[in-house]
Ligand binder design. Structure first.
Ligand SMILES: *Cc1c(COP(=O)(O)O)cnc(C)c1O
Length: 393
């Protein structure tokens, strides 16, 4: 059996690794040496799971969506990450990394954020643990994502607007890495997705794998078997998808469908569909698919969904797409919007625009009536209401 897991050097096939400035070598090496021992220790697991239960509200429900099942001719379950504290799956990872940071003796937290969702999750756990927090955010995003900026400030974080480049996520990430280089000894960099240098992609996947662990137990309870025929999720950097598929990666009975952001279409020049349009390159310390020009300049991604417009993709997902283990579809803005409305009207659940990219794959699938399908609703749509109302015609 092929293993779809990471190798000792931090690669999934040709994707991954740690391409970092020399000055961070020791810091990243320390993390690499310690993360597994810490995460797998009994005391970490105990504290982590207690917080997931009492603070986040886990396990998140696995909900049988009756009307959606009728519409798509399958047995569709929704994994409700939208019901987590702070409204998405990102808190699972943020809690795990701050517990790790404390056990490694770090006293200061930094993070990067695009739309602000990961910034809010990080600011939340820093408030919870009483740790100082600086969040790097492109100045364009600071202006666009006003409410999340206010939330981070109320939580006590310092939001640092980045004025370089296009003033968006990749510029914020560069600035966070620069900060980390200046304070490698006391600072822990909480990365928000399965991206960045090894061991981050593996670490974040493990911290999100609580999602598939719960799916196993919940499917057993509902259906008397612990695996579905299909798993579906959206991919930005890849963390909610990684969590959804983690415990099924090597189970070939389970088919995996991932939805990335097509924007206005993969041939439009306005897209964030990195798996469809990207080429091999290095971004945020990892070798993976990157949206770039022929001479290696990173191109600005576009999607209606702020959480998906990332110009790279986690190395795990680049590998799963290339090896054929996962089917990846590019979902355009209009398809995601329609899917969000459909879920709202059929089930009374307003999903995040990101999650709508997973839902929009449903009409493109061909299911048998007996097929068991689990789709992760990565977040709730409150933050997207202005977009939904503006686009409703
Ligand atoms: C950030 C975000 C995503 C995309 O990130 P992944 O790491 O790919 O999961 C998806 N959904 C929601 C609700 C988000 O906030």
């Amino acid at each position: 059996m092929v293993s779809h897991n990471i190798n000792a050097k931090g690669y999934y096939g040709e994707f991954g690794g740690a391409y970092i400035p020399e000055i961070l070598y020791k810091t990243v090496e320390d993390l690499k040496k310690q993360y597994l021992d810490i995460i797998e220790s009994e005391s970490f697991q105990q504290e982590y799971h207690q917080l997931l239960r009492d603070y986040v509200g886990r396990p998140s429900p696995l909900y049988y969506a009756r009307r959606m099942s009728e519409r798509y001719g399958c047995r569709l379950y929704l994994k409700r990450e939208d019901l987590n504290h702070t409204g998405a799956h990102k808190i699972n990872n943020a809690i795990g990394q701050i517990l790790l940071a404390r056990r490694m003796g770090k006293t200061r937290i930094i993070a990067e954020t695009g739309a602000g969702q990961h910034g809010v999750a990080t600011a939340t756990v820093c408030a919870l643990m009483g740790m100082p927090c600086r969040v790097y955010m492109g100045a364009t995003d600071v202006a666009r994502q006003h409410v999340n900026v206010e939330r981070m400030k109320m939580l006590g974080a310092e939001v640092f607007p980045v004025e370089s480049g296009n003033k968006t996520l990749k510029d914020a990430t560069n600035e966070a890495i620069r900060d980390w280089c200046c304070h490698p000894a006391d600072t822990f960099y909480i990365i928000g997705s399965t991206v960045g240098p090894h061991p981050y992609p593996d670490m974040v996947a493990r911290l999100q794998s609580v999602i598939s662990k719960e799916i196993k137990a919940q499917l057993m309870e509902h259906e008397g078997r612990d695996y579905p025929d299909y798993l579906m999720a959206c991919v930005g950097g890849g963390s909610n998808a990684a969590g959804t598929i983690y415990h099924y990666l090597d189970d070939e009975r389970v088919r995996i469908a991932l939805g990335e952001a097509g924007g206005h279409g993969i041939d439009s020049g306005e897209t964030a569909a990195t798996i469809h349009c990207g080429t091999l390159g290095i971004i945020h310390g990892a070798r993976t698919l990157v949206m770039q020009t022929e001479d290696g300049q990173i191109t600005e991604p576009y999607s209606i969904s702020a959480g998906l417009d990332y110009p790279g993709i986690g190395p795990l997902h680049a590998y799963l797409a290339k090896s054929g283990r996962a089917t990846v579809m590019a979902i355009n803005d209009d398809e995601a919007l329609a899917a969000a409305y459909e879920l709202t009207r059929l089930e009374g659940i307003i999903p995040a625009l990101e999650s709508a990219h997973a839902l929009a794959m449903l009409p493109k699938m061909s299911f048998k009536p007996t097929d068991l399908v689990v789709l992760t609703v990565s977040g709730r749509g409150d933050k997207d209401l202005t977009t939904y109302l503006r686009e409703m015609k």
